[in-house]
Design a protein around this ligand. Structure first.
Ligand code: FAD
Length: 504
């Protein structure tokens, strides 16, 4: 039987997620034995943001076989059921929710058209989902002790990113993943162009068949060693910096942890407000071309209130784009080394999830498998990235705010991804529907999750919902929340009756 050595370089969320998931998904395996090691620098800190997730996280936890209560305790976790968008359309406390659960009509979903044909006196999402109201009254998506029956609503978690990586580290190492605390200083490339080994500061050398680059934005293996290019996408997503703070609960809603993320548009970007069990994480995501660091810091403190003057802050620079190929030769990039679409909608950990699950599904048990598997994974990763980028771009370009140069800029035609513009042009002729999204059946996850009866209740539903992440339902939510084609659809379809709410 073959033995394949996997060496993961980097021990942030992406590295430890890859280690724990690959260990669970690939061992034992009838096709071969897999030995996993992870090298983590004791000197380079993790980025340690990534505190809001999407429901795909539950698939990962389910395959790893984590107990949900233990997990939530370990990571300071709280439930996330929705993102509440505030002030994105206008600067006047306009808001709408993007919840994870909603009613969908089968076999043909006409809920969007029905709402467009109504007088729209109830916001669209509130006609197809009870989750916005459940969020607003602070209820959880499921009841303690009742998980055997499966959760009634789809959810994800808010969590402490540092504790998340630590928790996965403890689980992975207890199951046999080798943890090496050292700095990789010199990757060694063999004659065929594969990475043969990595040499470390302490003078050791580690050989492997497959290397996973989880070194974050440093991209030590995929970029600095294999010279794989970076496709810059900053033309469409302007933000490149965040000012981040942790706010203790004594200043806000004592006793209540909100079960949703809030994304509030500010003068030159937006602020995330992520409630964890013991503090709130807030971060002003903005463009350094439009606002100075001092002004951004002042604005986030004004958002939070006078008590924030005594709180310390952290500045994080980031870049938006994708690795031209996620997997080249025997090296696959997972996490920030592979790409990043700004923090909105929490797509960072999702893309790490996706790359990890794809590696497990397409694991090269033989060197001859490498090209075939990498070709397919690269295609999936590229398609998914572009699809998500369109979706995130849409949040900005549908704004009607004109109060700053930043908000005027994001609406300009050259700031709209051409693929998204093509979708808009098409949807000017007909409202969006499911058949507009060819890639919404996400390969790998549904079968993998359903095949894992050891997970907690609700995994099956999660898997199905993961398949539908950012599909036509999410588009409808943002488009109707942002009044896309409001008057034009009125003329096209008429509107002459009160909207009805459906139960879910
Ligand atoms: P890092 O956390 O940077 O880890 C890199 C690791 O590599 C570290 O362990 C480091 O020590 C190691 N390393 C580096 N060089 C070497 C070397 N030479 N030798 C050995 N080890 C090395 N995602 C979400 O899903 N939700 C969110 O809400 C969210 N918010 C975000 C907000 C911001 C401002 C940013 C920038 C990102 C956000 N993300 C979010 C993305 C998320 O943070 C990342 O996807 C996730 O943390 C994975 O990071 P990583 O492990 O790739 O990198």
């Amino acid at each position: 039987m073959t033995t394949r050595k996997v060496c993961i370089v980097g021990g942030g969320s992406a590295g430890w997620m890859a280690a724990a998931y690959l260990e669970a998904a690939l061992r034992p395996n009838p096709r071969g034995t897999v030995e996993i090691s992870l090298i983590e620098s004791p000197n380079i800190p993790r980025i340690s943001v990534g505190e809001a997730t999407v429901p795909s996280i539950r698939h990962i936890l389910s395959v790893i076989g984590l107990d949900q209560v233990e997990f939530m305790k370990a990571v300071d976790g709280s439930f996330k059921q929705s993102i509440k968008y505030v002030n994105w359309l206008h600067k006047d406390r306009h808001f709408y929710h993007h919840p994870f659960s909603r009613y969908r009509q089968l076999p043909i979903d006409r809920t969007g058209i029905d709402w467009l044909m109504s007088d729209r006196s109830i916001p669209f999402m509130e006609t197809v989902s009870a989750q916005p109201q459940i969020c607003d009254i602070g209820m959880a998506p499921l009841m303690l002790g009742k998980w055997d029956f499966g959760p009634p609503l789809t959810y994800a978690f808010h969590m402490n990113a540092q504790k998340f990586a630590d928790h996965l580290r403890d689980i992975a190492t207890a199951r046999g993943v080798t943890h090496i605390l050292d700095d990789v200083v010199e990757p060694v490339v063999g004659e065929c162009g594969n990475i043969k080994a990595v040499k470390t500061k302490k003078g050791d050398s580690y050989e492997a068949d497959i290397f996973v680059d989880c070194t974050g934005f440093a991209s030590l293996l995929i970029e600095k060693t294999l010279n794989v290019g970076w496709e810059d996408c900053s033309q469409y997503l302007l933000n490149n910096r965040a000012v981040v703070m942790q706010v203790p609960y004594d200043h806000h809603y004592p006793g209540q942890v909100r079960p949703y993320t809030t994304a509030t548009a500010l003068s030159n970007g937006w602020v995330w407000d992520i409630p964890l069990m013991s503090y709130r994480s807030i971060g002003y995501v903005h463009s350094s071309d439009y606002i100075s660091l001092e002004a951004a810091e002042e604005e986030i403190r004004a958002y939070e209130g006078p008590h924030s003057q005594s709180l310390s802050s952290r500045v994080i620079n980031f870049k938006v784009g994708r690795r031209e190929k996620a997997w080249v030769k025997n090296c696959i990039s997972v996490g920030l080394s592979g790409g990043f679409i700004e923090p909105l909608e929490s797509t960072g950990l999702y893309l790490s999830d996706l790359a990890t699950v794809m590696l497990a599904e397409h694991f090269p048990f033989h060197d001859e498998d490498m090209d075939t598997m990498s070709f397919r994974v690269n295609r999936i990763m590229a398609n998914r990235f572009y699809e998500i980028m369109d979706f995130i771009n849409m949040h900005f370009c549908l704004t009607r705010r004109t109060d700053t140069d930043y908000w005027k800029e994001v609406q300009k035609p050259e700031r709209i991804v051409p693929r998204l513009q093509a979708k808009f042009d098409y949807w000017k002729r007909k409202p969006p529907s499911m058949s507009d999204f060819e890639d919404q059946f996400f390969p790998g996850m549904p079968t993998a999750a359903i095949a894992n009866p050891g997970g907690y209740a609700g995994d099956h539903r999660t898997a199905i919902d993961v398949a539908g992440l950012w599909n036509h339902e999410s588009y409808e939510c943002i488009m109707y929340g942002m009044d896309f084609m409001g008057d034009e659809y009125r003329q096209m379809l008429g509107n002459n009756r009160a909207p009805s709410r459906v139960a879910n």
